[in-house]
Ligand binder design. Structure first.
Ligand SMILES: [Zn+2]
Length: 492
């Protein structure tokens, strides 16, 4: 008998907190971290009788932005529903969310894994309000064993975009790449800070197993994964648990399970999610929302190139290595900086090397953003022009860049300050270095001497060696002239 084999099927719901100043349906501030509990609240977000919600237009715009970047179709008429459930973090006893007519549907996004690109379809993107926060008075902050719990409604009503994928992810690693790409995207778009630690990006995962004998195990929803690592571990654990049950011929219960990060297991939850009748009905206090064509077109025009396009461009057009294409497209500002260095005349590969090693190092060390650097893309390009034509050695150029970064001065001034200047070596010592280098590289020199170096490659090679010796302290034309002089003397 053939041994059974399995296929893992994963779908993700990613909740992204939208970077608005105020909540989704009222004007309370969204800043809930660091605020005194229950201070950023009003009758609307507390659901007091007589209060009415009104939609935050900025949240709608940010939702449209994320949806368009994910290649979704925007519904020109969209509406909100009440999702009813009773839990103390929900002051109104319902959450205003979207149901049958979400803001956007049918998108897609590529992920990259082990040199392959896989397209993941997006089912829908909808807007909803966040719930409040419960604080359980136990050492580990968990509900079980708590003598009492406190509630903070500062977060209640904060706008979220929920992005639902099709169940097309086949492994915990793919799920991880998918979440990373969503995070990169929302940061590119400035739709959210995408920070998982602070809860601005939260993930619920659905996972099931398809068995080679035709059985397809029920879907299990995993909640309480608060980091990428936790999500991967939870999915790995569930894969093993579900396959084990199927191998024993047992059924998999369709349920919600909570990830326990300390014990490294998922546990069946008998909480609010068990009672799955949310009794959705249209929110009577909000009209249907018309998403105007002009808004959609304005947002579309403001979209930056998405991270996956930048990455593919760096890999295919620029021919950078996969690792460089990935790291240089991680952050939009860095990618655009690099593009501008190249647009200012620098060689692409050379610009990529310098941005990757020198610029990213400074950013990591100082915690600055690219825009805060004292050197702009044109400044770096003008430095690289010196390196490219040989008037600065790599080593000397690094010293010059350090000065430029520290003092915010132009390349010529920084060269003076570093004591490197074109023609800074005396003719006598230059002559000595040229004679020495030509002598040490007899084969190349012979080709120059006989005029066989028609491409000029050998000359460039020798010139590079000389430049390195003199730390770039001479103009390339002077070095070239000195090479001719030495060759002439050899002829004479
Ligand atoms: Zn409010």
């Amino acid at each position: 008998m053939m041994p059974l084999s399995f296929e893992t099927v994963i779908g993700l719901e990613v909740h992204v907190q939208l970077a608005t100043e105020s909540k989704l349906f009222c004007s309370c501030p969204t800043a809930y971290i660091g605020s005194e509990p229950n201070t950023n609240v009003c009758p609307a977000c507390l659901g007091l009788p007589g209060s009415l919600p009104s939609l935050n237009r900025r949240a709608l715009e940010l939702g449209v932005k994320a949806a368009l970047a994910l290649n979704c179709s925007i519904n020109c008429m969209t509406k909100f529903h009440r999702k009813n459930y009773f839990y103390p973090d929900l002051p109104k006893a319902f959450q205003v969310s979207q149901y049958d007519v979400p803001l956007a549907v049918s998108g897609s996004m590529p992920i990259f894994l082990e040199g392959k690109v896989k397209n993941i379809n997006i089912t829908r993107l909808h807007l909803e309000e966040d719930a409040g926060k419960l604080i359980h008075e136990t050492a580990d902050g968990r509900l079980s064993g708590a003598a009492f719990s406190l509630v903070d409604y500062n977060r209640a009503g904060v706008p979220l975009a929920e992005i639902v994928s099709e169940p097309e992810l086949s492994s915990p690693e793919e799920a991880r790449e998918y979440v990373l790409m969503i995070r990169r995207l929302v940061r590119y778009l400035e739709v959210s800070d995408g920070d998982m630690e602070s809860g601005s990006l939260r993930v619920d995962a659905n996972i099931s197993q398809k068995c080679s004998d035709g059985r397809w195990g029920s879907r299990v929803e995993i909640k309480n994964v608060n980091s990428l690592r936790a999500m991967e571990r939870a999915l790995e654990y569930e894969t093993i648990r579900q396959r084990g049950l199927l191998l024993k011929g047992e059924e998999i219960v369709q349920e919600t399970r909570h990830w326990d990060d300390n014990s490294g297991v998922t546990r069946s939850s008998r909480g609010k999610e068990e009672a799955h009748d949310y009794r959705y009905f249209p929110e009577p206090d909000l009209p249907q929302i018309a998403v105007e064509r002009t808004l959609v077109e304005n947002v579309r025009e403001s979209l930056p190139e998405p991270p996956w396009k930048k990455r593919e461009k760096f890999a295919r057009e620029w021919r950078l290595s996969p690792a460089d294409s990935a790291s240089l497209s991680e952050n939009l500002d860095v990618a655009v900086f690099l593009e501008n260095v190249a647009a200012s005349g620098a060689d692409r590969q050379m610009a990529a090397n310098w941005v990757k090693t020198d610029i990213l190092r400074v950013l990591n060390e100082t915690g600055l953003a690219v825009g805060d650097l004292q050197v702009g893309p044109e400044g770096l390009a003008s430095l690289l022009a010196h390196v490219e034509k040989g008037s600065l050695s790599n080593t000397a150029a690094k010293d010059v860049l350090d000065i430029m970064l520290k003092k915010g001065i132009a390349v010529d001034d920084a060269m003076k300050e570093a004591g490197v200047k074109a023609g800074g070596v005396s003719r006598e010592s230059l002559l000595g270095v040229v004679a020495k280098v030509l002598g040490e590289n007899a084969a190349e020199t012979a080709l120059l001497f006989s005029g066989e170096d028609t491409s000029g490659k050998k000359r460039k090679f020798l010139q590079g060696l000389i430049m390195r010796e003199i730390r770039g302290q001479a103009a390339p034309e002077d070095v070239s002239a000195m090479i001719d002089r030495v060759l002439d003397e050899m002829k004479g």
